[in-house]
Design a protein around this ligand. Structure first.
Ligand code: DX5
Ligand code: ZN
Length: 227
């Protein structure tokens, strides 16, 4: 069975002074989802977007807004990001001792629930959570920054795919996705590819065609590897 491939550009690599037009440009150029990286300067060594910023992005998103919470604690902020208009809310399994409760809280908002694993966290950490999750995000960099080198987590992706079985759970890959690394992770079982620097490089709101070419290059690399 072939699952649809979803490309989710991360606006962490967009022009921070022009998010509305960047989102519109990358969607017009073929993005399937828009990935929003929320960082707290505590769980990860960087700071990004509070709920009001995410609510402002929402007005420009016509696809799916995929909100990746790299924050701890996470539970006190779930409702605020749901109200900001997230479609998918992903929390880290390392963010606290109660990931089960976190996923329940996300589902209670009516949003899709994701659980993310840092590179040092084994697949088994999310095994008891799979019935509560719509998505598992495998980090292929240590979270905090765009443009880092891809870490090979293909064994973990394969293990998760087997663990998920026939549950309707998507596997998302986040970090260092390029036309070179995309076929490896898709062959291992990934459905959703987050890509920041590989999508936004070379383009701009004034010259968005490179965004489209970059998205197609990732998609085509996967299709060619499958052929
Ligand atoms: C990293 C973020 C990623 C990041 C990916 O902490 O979660 O979403 O933006 O950026 P690239 O694709 O440049 O590795
Ligand atoms: Zn992310």
């Amino acid at each position: 069975m072939r699952r649809p491939l979803i490309i989710a550009p991360s606006i962490l690599s967009a022009d921070f002074a022009d998010f509305g037009r960047e989102i519109e440009a990358v969607e017009a150029q073929g993005a399937d989802w828009v990935h929003v990286d929320v960082m707290d300067g505590h769980f990860v060594p960087n700071l990004t977007f509070g709920p009001p910023a995410v609510a402002a992005f929402r007005k420009h998103v016509t696809t799916v807004m995929d909100v990746h919470l790299m924050i701890a604690p996470v539970d006190p902020y779930i409702e605020a990001y749901a109200e900001a208009g997230a479609d998918v809310i992903t929390a880290h399994v390392e963010a606290g001792p109660h990931s089960h409760r976190t996923l329940q809280a996300i589902r209670a908002t009516g949003k899709k629930a994701g659980i993310a694993l840092n590179p040092g966290t084994p697949a088994e950490a999310v095994k008891p959570l799979l019935d509560l999750a719509d998505l598992v995000c495998v980090m292929t960099v240590n979270p905090g920054f765009g443009g880092q080198r891809f870490l090979d987590m293909t064994d973990k992706i394969r293990a998760l795919r087997a663990m998920i079985g026939d549950r309707p759970v998507q596997i998302e890959i986040d970090g260092g996705v390029t036309p070179e690394t995309a076929p490896l992770v898709v062959a291992a079982g990934a459905d959703v590819l987050v890509a920041g620097s590989a999508v936004f490089k070379g383009g701009s709101v004034q010259n968005p065609a490179p965004y489209g070419a970059n998205i197609r290059a990732i998609r085509d690399s996967v299709l060619q590897a499958r052929a």
